[in-house]
Design a protein around this ligand. Structure first.
Ligand code: SF4
Ligand code: FES
Length: 277
């Protein structure tokens, strides 16, 4: 039996004579509580194919490399242009976005695994709630009073805009958390992305009004002090956000605020006990 018949390809999707096949080793796991293992698939080589288009090909023909029908592989993807952040996975052992990972630029066979720092949902799909909870904790938004017309907002200098723009490109993909040795599924370190988002919103002239609230969100268990400065985050960020610069800047601001909090706490205590006002 030829390869195309074995993996159940229709006449139209069969590779032409002399065309190549790409082997994928894909992590299969039915649920968080079931055991997982790799399953091999063979996909006809297509010019310009990326990992997601190959997964779609497998979805159309869920037959493994041994010719056995199997369940379709589950993965997350939406925008297919590195904007939504949902397709992050480990490709050949390195976390990256599957929609922009070109088959021709990868070593074959191509190994696909889910991110391991997030709870498993199924196959390559994980639960990234942890990241969104951290964004809530640090208040990664700008409060606006919508009860009346506020008029134009404060102007931002071009240098501020340039500085903030790259920070605003975070797609909450989770790659920086996946690569961080400080993060495990059992701890609550927030990782680089929310820390960098605090910098983004605190640099905004309106957002700066709640800068201290956000910095307080970075303090405490799971906060910025859990960063071990491994600097892996900055190496895997698909948007090349200067995460270590953000962490250093927010560390400085948090330290200043800790001192300020201590000073004002002492003042309050002195006033309460009748000491110097
Ligand atoms: S900082 Fe970079 S790696 Fe981290 S979530 Fe945002 S885009 Fe992804
Ligand atoms: S599908 Fe949206 S980033 Fe890859």
């Amino acid at each position: 039996m030829d390869e195309a018949t074995k993996v159940g390809l229709t006449t139209e999707s069969r590779p032409q004579a002399g065309e190549k096949w790409v082997t994928f080793r894909i992590w299969r796991q039915e649920s968080a509580s079931s055991p997982g293992d790799f399953e091999e698939f063979r996909v006809p080589w297509r010019k310009g194919a990326n990992v997601i288009s190959s997964l779609m090909e497998i979805q159309r023909n869920p037959v493994n490399a041994a010719g056995k029908p199997t369940t379709p592989v589950t993965w997350d993807a939406a925008c297919l242009e590195e904007v939504c952040g949902s397709c992050a996975m480990n490709i050949n052992g390195r976390v990256r976005m599957a929609c922009s990972a070109l088959v021709d630029k990868l070593e074959w066979p191509i190994t696909l695994e889910p991110m391991r720092k997030f709870p498993m949902v199924r196959d390559l799909t994980v639960d990234r709630t942890r990241m969104f909870e951290s964004l809530k904790r640090v208040k990664a938004w700008i409060e606006l009073d919508g009860t009346h017309n506020l008029g134009p907002g404060p102007r931002q200098s071009q240098s501020e805009q340039i500085q903030r723009y790259v920070l605003s490109t975070c797609i909450t993909c989770g790659s920086c958390l996946e690569a961080c040795p400080q993060i495990t599924q059992d701890n609550d370190f927030m990782g680089a992305a929310p820390i960098s988002q605090v910098r983004l919103f605190n640099l905004h002239p309106t957002g700066a009004m709640h800068a201290e609230d956000r910095l307080h969100g970075l303090m405490g268990p799971g906060g910025i002090q859990d960063c071990g400065k491994a600097q892996n985050c900055v190496q895997v960020c698909p948007k090349e956000i200067p995460l270590t610069t953000s962490i250093a800047a927010m560390n400085r601001d948090v330290t200043k605020l800790v001192v300020k909090d201590l000073f004002f706490k002492d003042k309050e205590t002195e006033t309460a006990v009748g000491g110097p006002a």
